[in-house]
Write a new protein. Structure first.
Length: 324
């Protein structure tokens, strides 16, 4: 076992891929200097600025160049500093990268990994703190990955780097520097396989990204009262491991879905819809959703703290499905 962080797991996995495959290159703003969070620190020194390329401040241009590079046989890894800025590149990502394989009759592939960072809690204000993963899951042709731990960040990133078509890899800034033990022999994590983070018999909680640790903390709190909560991390939203979630619901008969994104139109609603279609008769109470209120992320620290969903919201939702 080795102690590492979520951020270091990403950097190490990327460096290993660049050593193994000369087609892998990195594009983004300030990536040669390590990027805004240090995920690419040291790569320009090892691999040169031809493979770790700083770009202009133009997300559309970055993605456009990366798509062309991918279709030409390279394997670009793009860093978009904040998921909020992905809005500037949606034409390239949604209408070009996601559609090329389909519209070419399978002749073209776009082996592109787009890394981006979402989430609030660092006083970034409304334009640097959003969680927009639900937008991306609505686009056929994109895989959407949201790791919650360092070991999954490494394993899922390895799978993303090997994928023949575009993957959006959504990280959470508040997870970057959490330390955890990771097995030295861990390998790639396949897409579409959820992870049961904690087994339980009374309620299933499906949590995304930062809310996984909040759900686990809520489960610990509720265990002291004799309430046994099962916590599931889907790890990938597209493809979604519905089978594991439904299997859990058939045992617990209750479901809570938790994410940091605004609850209105969030990916939790899609999980709820799919579970009810597959296992409606197994549910003993209405499904509860935990998410942020329908408002921009506040800049004021006290307001941002109140805005963000967390352990207490998960506890309240579990009590609600139990009828407490």
């Amino acid at each position: 076992m080795t102690e590492t962080t979520y951020l270091e797991a990403i950097r190490t996995t990327l460096a290993d891929a660049m050593r193994a495959d000369p087609r892998v290159l990195v594009l983004g703003e300030d990536v040669a200097e390590g990027g805004p969070w240090g995920a690419t620190a040291g790569l320009a020194e090892e691999f040169g600025v031809d493979r770790v390329r700083n770009t202009p401040i133009s997300e559309a241009a970055i993605c456009g160049v990366a798509i062309g590079a991918a279709q030409s046989g390279l394997r670009p890894v793009v860093e978009i500093m904040f998921v909020d800025f992905l809005t500037l590149a949606l034409d390239q990502l949604v209408n070009q990268a996601a559609k090329a394989h389909f519209m070419s009759g399978g002749q073209l592939q776009v082996p592109l990994v787009l890394r981006t960072q979402g989430g609030a809690g660092q006083r970034g204000g409304a334009q640097h703190s959003q969680s927009l993963e639900a937008w991306l899951t609505h686009v056929p042709g994109l895989k959407v990955v949201m790791p919650s731990t360092a070991v999954d960040a490494a394993g899922l990133f390895a799978s993303a780097l090997a994928d023949p078509n575009p993957v959006v890899f959504v990280e959470n800034k508040t997870l970057y520097f959490r330390r955890e033990q990771v097995a030295d022999d861990h390998g790639p994590v396949p897409f579409g396989r959820a992870r049961v983070m904690r087994a339980g018999r009374d309620v299933t909680v499906v949590a995304l990204s930062r809310l996984v640790s909040e759900a686990l903390a809520a489960a610990d709190e509720l265990a002291a009262e004799g309430i046994d909560v099962e916590v599931i991390d889907p790890r990938t939203l597209v493809p979604l491991d519905l089978e594991t979630i439904v299997e859990s619901v058939r045992r617990t008969h209750r479901l809570v879905v938790a994410h940091e994104a605004v609850a209105h139109g969030g990916f939790g609603a899609e999980i709820v819809a799919q579970v009810q279609a597959a296992a409606f008769d197994e549910l003993d109470s209405p499904v509860e959703r935990v998410g942020a209120p329908f408002a921009p992320v506040p800049f004021s620290p006290p307001l941002e703290d109140a805005f963000l969903p967390g352990r207490g919201d998960v506890v309240g939702a579990v009590r609600a499905v139990l009828g407490d």
